[in-house]
Design a protein around this ligand. Sequence first.
Ligand SMILES: [Zn+2]
Length: 228
Amino acid sequence: MNKQKVIWVDGHQHPHGDRGATIHETTEARQNVEVGDEAVLRFAVLSDIEFLRCPVELGGQDEIDWVNAHANNDTIVISCHHNACDDERASGVEAFYYNGNARGQKLAEMICERIASKTGQKNRGAKIESQSQHKSIGIISKTKGTAVLVECGFLTNSYDKKHILDPTLDNAFSEAIFEAVMEFLGLEVVVTPELKDDPLEEQKKIIAEIIEKTRVALSEIENFIEDL
Ligand SMILES: [Zn+2]
């Protein structure tokens, strides 16, 4: 059986070329790659998935050509972007799918929901090309498979920016997209257990619980024998 293929595309070109939206602190292309770097760590270890990443320096038609050279009709394509707007109140996550592609719509909805729930950002929802700032979005309309373009949040909004720039918060984006794709594909998510502050204390607690359970079991056996 062929493995499920997932292709990750970092929007725009990094480190040179089209930087996408730009603010004082960063560029969109850089932030896209930061999320992509984390996505690689999550997807690439899975044996059920063949994970490919489009070279980060490619953009525009080159990006589309690369995807089509590597995708098949079942491939999931995730294109990662960040938004910007002159109105700094504009905020939230949205994801674009190809009009009429029900699978794309479902996946776009799932990604938006996950990001919104992990970050507290507004969910702007799943949208089609005509609802975007662009006439068409090549990465979703000219590629094989099911492609979704995710706008993780607005670099120009203070709440979204905090999540995008803070390294302790920004991994929520890759985590949310990863979990949504896995759920969409019906694959189990291997959750990394949270590290306890003090693993030794935690072990002592577990051992104490085992001793206590054993003690209860022993007294039950003693009572049982006495009753015989
Ligand atoms: Zn973009």
